[in-house]
Design a protein around this ligand. Structure first.
Ligand code: DAO
Ligand code: DAO
Length: 274
């Protein structure tokens, strides 16, 4: 049994909703729960609207991060200047940074967000036994290594820093359906449509993701996907396929940023040999 929990009223920039709004959220969650049940997982939602401790930053985060993190070059995504801490929550180590772009109207390329990929060192050791005999040069090219990293119970985090200043939740929903949806199909889940639909239906139009917002997509132990915005957990779901599909966007065989993926794999290879 897979379980999904989404704390609908804890998104940044969203004041605790007035009663009619709350009712609308409750109704949407009930509808998603029904869809979820059809897809054989359960959904519950916390409705308590806690205000967030920190409002999302209106100034770009990287303005100060480059100093606070000592300006280590490998931690800065060079095209956007977005800086990433060397460690994420739980001591996960930064393996590499990259950029998610898209094209609008088939023409104009835009930078959507910079990302950092993190993994738990201890969990990565699971891979040592199998791979430590291979030379680093081979590990850097080894597709099976990546498949194992995607599939196993290894705690990882993808940290996103929004770069595009006019991101609407509608576009996040459709991008997610397309990118994550294609990976769900690729990994062969049969009943993944309902899963995807009920999950994206929880990304409500009221939520705002201004430039500089930080989103973390984390795979916790036992294939629990956790989403936080500005450090505040907004939802989680236990689903191995969804975790694998999301990670595949960044380190799989058709990644958003090829050079980032190569760099991440290089670092992974060095860790396994260390
Ligand atoms: O404004 O029409 C537009 C283009 C927006 C493209 C957005 C792509 C969204 C990518 C997902 C972002 C997830 C945080
Ligand atoms: O870039 O296509 C992509 C995948 C991005 C995943 C973003 C998930 C954002 C979840 C938070 C939404 C809150 C409204």
């Amino acid at each position: 049994m897979v379980s999904l929990r989404f704390t609908a009223a804890t998104f940044p920039h969203l004041p605790p909703p007035p009663p009619p709004h709350r009712t609308a959220i409750a109704a949407a969650i009930a509808a998603a729960a029904a869809a979820a049940a059809a897809a054989s997982f359960t959904l519950t939602a916390k409705s308590a609207g806690r205000p967030l401790p920190h409002p999302a930053h209106s100034a770009p985060l990287w303005a100060s991060l480059s100093l606070s993190d000592g300006g280590v070059p490998g931690n800065v995504e060079p095209r956007t200047g977005a800086a990433f801490p060397a460690e994420a929550a739980g001591g996960r180590r930064l393996l590499g940074v990259g950029l998610r772009k898209t094209t609008i109207l088939g023409l104009k390329s835009i930078d959507v967000y910079a990302f950092g990929v993190y993994a738990d060192d201890n969990d990565l050791r699971q891979l040592r036994e199998k791979y430590e005999k291979l030379p680093v040069s081979e590990l850097k090219q080894n597709a099976e290594l990546i498949n194992d990293a995607l599939e196993r119970d290894i705690r990882m985090t993808i940290r996103l820093q929004i770069v595009y200043g006019r991101l609407s939740i509608g576009s996040v929903r459709s991008a997610f359906e397309k990118s994550v949806g294609s990976r769900l199909q690729k990994f062969g889940g049969s009943d993944t449509k309902e899963l995807l639909q009920s999950f994206v239906s929880l990304f409500k139009d009221e939520y705002k993701l201004p430039k500089g917002s930080v989103i973390e997509l984390s795979r916790e132990s036992n294939h629990v996907l956790k989403i936080s915005i500005e450090g505040e957990e907004v939802g989680s779901i236990q689903n191995k396929l969804l975790c694998q599909s999301i990670l595949d966007l960044y380190i799989g065989d058709d990644p958003f940023d090829r050079s980032a993926k190569d760099n991440i794999q290089g670092n992974l290879a060095s860790i396994l040999k260390a």
